[in-house]
Every structure is written in C-alpha cells, then in structure tokens.
Write a protein that binds this ligand. Structure first.
Ligand code: LLP
Length: 418
C-alpha cells in the first residue's frame, strides 16, 4: 500500500513533490517524514464525513504530539484528547484550545488535575471512584467546579491485539458498566463536580464496526437510565480506535461510522465527541532509514539499518506489520527475503521480517504508515538520541523537530562528588 502522498516516480520514492533521498541528504537518517497534504486531507475527510453528526473531534495527542501537527489540527478546528500534564502543556504550547480538550487516563495526579482546572478544559474523563473523590477535593480546594464525564467500560470485545484492547471487563480502563449509574449519582451530589458527559474507548486499530455499535448501544442505555435519575448529559464521547491499513486491513469507512452513530443516537440531543488518534496521522508519516550492512545467512538474511526499535517500537511490541519501501529501485534480479533489523542489543529488535527486496548497502528504505505511535513511542535506549522529524508541504521541507544532541542525553544527570 502506498498513499497518494508517498509515491514512486521514475524509480524513486517521493513524498508530495520531494524525493526522499534529498531529505536523507539534508537531514540525515533515521528521520521521520510527514506529508502536510496527507494530514490535511485526513483532517478534512473526518470533518466531511462526520459533519452534522459529531460535534467535536478531539485528536488523541498520544499518537503523535509534535507541536507542528497539533498546531495544524488546532487551526483546522480540532480539539484534543490528552492523558497527562505533559500532553496538556503540549496542546497549550501548540495553540490548542483547552475548552476543546478532554483529559483521559486512569492515573491523573493532583498536579495534573490542578493544571487542567487552571487551563479550563472541556472535561475530565474519570475512570474510577477513587479518582472522582480526588478530583472533587482538588476542585473544591481551588474553589473551582470540575466538569466530569465517566469513562464507562462497556465490556465489549474490540477484536484487536490484546495489548491495545481496552473495553473488556478484565482491562484496567473505565468504570464497570454496572457501577456507572451509582457513580453518576454520587458525582451529581458533589458540589465541586459538574456532570457533563459519558465516554468510552474500547481499543485501538479496530476494523469492525460491530463492537462500536454494541458499545455505543450500551452507552445509550446508560444515558437513558441516567435521565430517569434526573441526570442530563451534555455530551457522549465515543472514543478513538479507528484502524488504518498497514497491510491488507479494511479500515471502517468514516461515512459508515457516522451512519452508525446517527442510527444509535437517533433523536438524542447530547452532542457527540470522538477521540481518534491513529487514523488522523498514521498514513501521513514514514520512517526513513539507511541500510548499514547486509548479513545474508543460512537461515535468515539480515539487513541492518540505522533505525531500530528505539525509533519504531510497534513491530516488536505488537508484532505489527508496516510496509517497507525501497526508496530507489535496484534491478530485481538480486531480490532476497530480508529481515530489516536495527542495531539495538535485543533479539527482538526488528522493523520488518521476511520482506522480498533487492537491497544494497547504503540503500534508503522507508517504513510506511509510521505517523502514529512511531516517534511518540521512541526511546533513548542504548543511548540513541531521538531522530529528527520533517514536514513536507508541496516542495517545501521544514524540520519540525531537530535531531537530539547526544550530550542532551545526560544533561540532567549528576556524577557523585565522592
Ligand atoms: N482515547 C483514549 C482514551 C485512548 O486511550 C486512545 C488510545 C485513543 C483515544 C486513541 O486511539 P486510536 O484512535 O489512536 O486508536 N501504541 C499502540 C496504540 C495504543 C492506543 C492507546 N490509546 C499502537 O501503536 O498500536
């Protein structure tokens, strides 16, 4: 799969109007490359498909929190879903609107709650009784009223990888469906809380609409029950999780998703929110890397590249399959099956396995659909500085994050004086 924005021309891979070898030459490798046109097109596709159905789209910052990306989305009217004080600070630094920001996560600290109350966020997506109590006390102490939505765990199987499935009873996320009604009553009685919504998030990389329909139906059931308790909500947030195509998955069409929401919530007056992350950014980004060494062997052929699990952890963590594209095509006669591996000292350090490619040392490769949970999950393991990120817009290239300097890695460390 190659999107319209990453395309081959005369044997060379381009992002929009820029040849990838030019980026490698100017900025070095490894390097994350994003297409502004792809990001904008996706953001507009969301608006077009969901317009009139979903009132506010809160981009899940965790998928890719680069300020340039957040700022582009803020300018397009997007809100944000955050899970930490750090993400709140990013949203504010990027010019995002706190009044369009929802705060998810099972373990918000008091300091994070204070910062979010100060900023004036849209709501806290509360995930437990204990958290509700701390939030109520924190708001009361500051003389504020915290807007609250409960993340309800609908006990629905999202049919995705177990590590990114979140809506089952055994997952740590959300409040149990059966306890939610009691919790709402308790929250409604607390003067420092204002109950504004309900939300769900059943998992990630979901490609079937049925689990969404089932979970949304359960939310509706609860919303109706709350109404009879005299609790009227302002919004229903259906979470994120929309899958993308890495290999041959069939992503849920956004128009079908909108249609499902209209059917489930027909006649309701609450406004709808959603929290997509991956679907907004995955296909707009690629990881550019260079082949350092070829190590053909009796059982496996290894192509050792300058990127590794430190730059893209998804293959190692979830056995995720990402497309690997040769940036310049060699004659196909030398084609072999290669494992594309990094130089990190872990046997599991791979980016792709058994890929038929004609490779030479020094070749450039692009790992596709890497815009979501790529850079965002990168690490400094093995004292590897974080790589740079560039944004392409037509024939313009902007470095949106500089390659980290090695000396920054120990800037905050201290040698003992004796
Ligand atoms: N809302 C909440 C409360 C979430 O926890 C998440 C993702 C999202 C929204 C956005 O989900 P998305 O639309 O991106 O599926 N690192 C994993 C994905 C972890 C997702 C965690 N939560 C991966 O690389 O596949």
């Amino acid at each position: 799969m190659m999107t319209n924005f990453f395309q081959e021309r005369d044997g060379t891979l381009y992002v929009e109007e820029v040849a990838l070898p030019e980026i490698a030459e100017r900025f070095g490798t490894p390097c994350y490359v994003y297409s502004r046109a792809a990001l904008t097109a996706t953001a507009k596709e969301f608006h077009a498909a969901l317009n009139g159905t979903v009132d506010l789209i809160c981009y899940a910052v965790k998928a890719n929190g680069n300020l340039a990306i957040l700022n582009l989305l803020a300018r397009l009217g997007y809100g944000f879903d955050i899970v930490s004080g750090g993400e709140l600070a990013r949203v504010l630094a990027a010019g995002g609107d706190p009044a369009k920001t929802v705060f998810s996560g099972v373990g918000k600290t008091v300091a994070e709650m204070e910062a979010a109350l100060d900023a004036g966020i849209l709501c806290f997506n509360v995930e437990s009784t204990a958290e509700m109590k701390v939030l109520a006390a924190t708001a009361a102490r500051l003389g504020k009223i915290a807007p609250v939505s409960f993340r309800v765990n609908p006990d629905v199987d999202a049919k995705t990888h177990p590590y990114i499935s979140t809506g089952l009873k055994e997952n740590k996320f959300g409040v149990p469906f059966d306890e939610a009604r009691t919790l709402y009553r308790q929250a409604a009685a607390l003067p420092s809380l204002r109950v504004v919504g309900i939300n769900m998030h059943i998992g990630s990389q979901i490609t079937e609409i049925a689990p969404y329909r089932e979970a949304a139906g359960k939310m509706l059931q609860l919303v109706r029950a709350l109404e009879t308790d005299g609790i009227v909500l302002e919004h229903i947030d259906v979470g994120g999780g929309l899958g993308v195509r890495y290999r041959d998955e069939q992503p849920i069409p956004l128009t079908a998703f909108a249609q499902m929401l209209r059917e489930v919530f027909a006649g309701r007056s609450e406004r709808l929110l959603m929290e997509p992350g991956r679907r907004m950014v995955a296909e707009a980004g690629a990881l550019l890397t260079r082949v350092l060494y070829l190590k053909p062997g009796a059982t496996r052929n290894f192509a050792i590249v300058d990127a590794a699990m430190t730059e893209l952890m998804r293959p190692v963590l979830y056995q995720a399959w990402h497309p690997v594209w040769a940036v310049t095509k060699n004659a196909p006669d030398g084609e072999k099956c290669w494992d594309i591996v990094g130089s990190v000292c872990e046997s599991s350090d791979f980016l792709a396995q058994a890929r038929p490619l004609a490779l030479r040392e020094g070749d450039l490769l692009a790992v596709g659909a890497a815009g979501a949970y790529g850079m965002a999950m990168s690490s400094n393991y093995n004292a590897r500085p974080r790589v740079c990120e560039v944004m392409v817009d037509g024939n313009e290239i902007t470095m949106i994050r500089a390659r980290e300097e090695v000396k920054k890695l120990w800037e905050t460390e201290q040698i003992l004086s004796k």
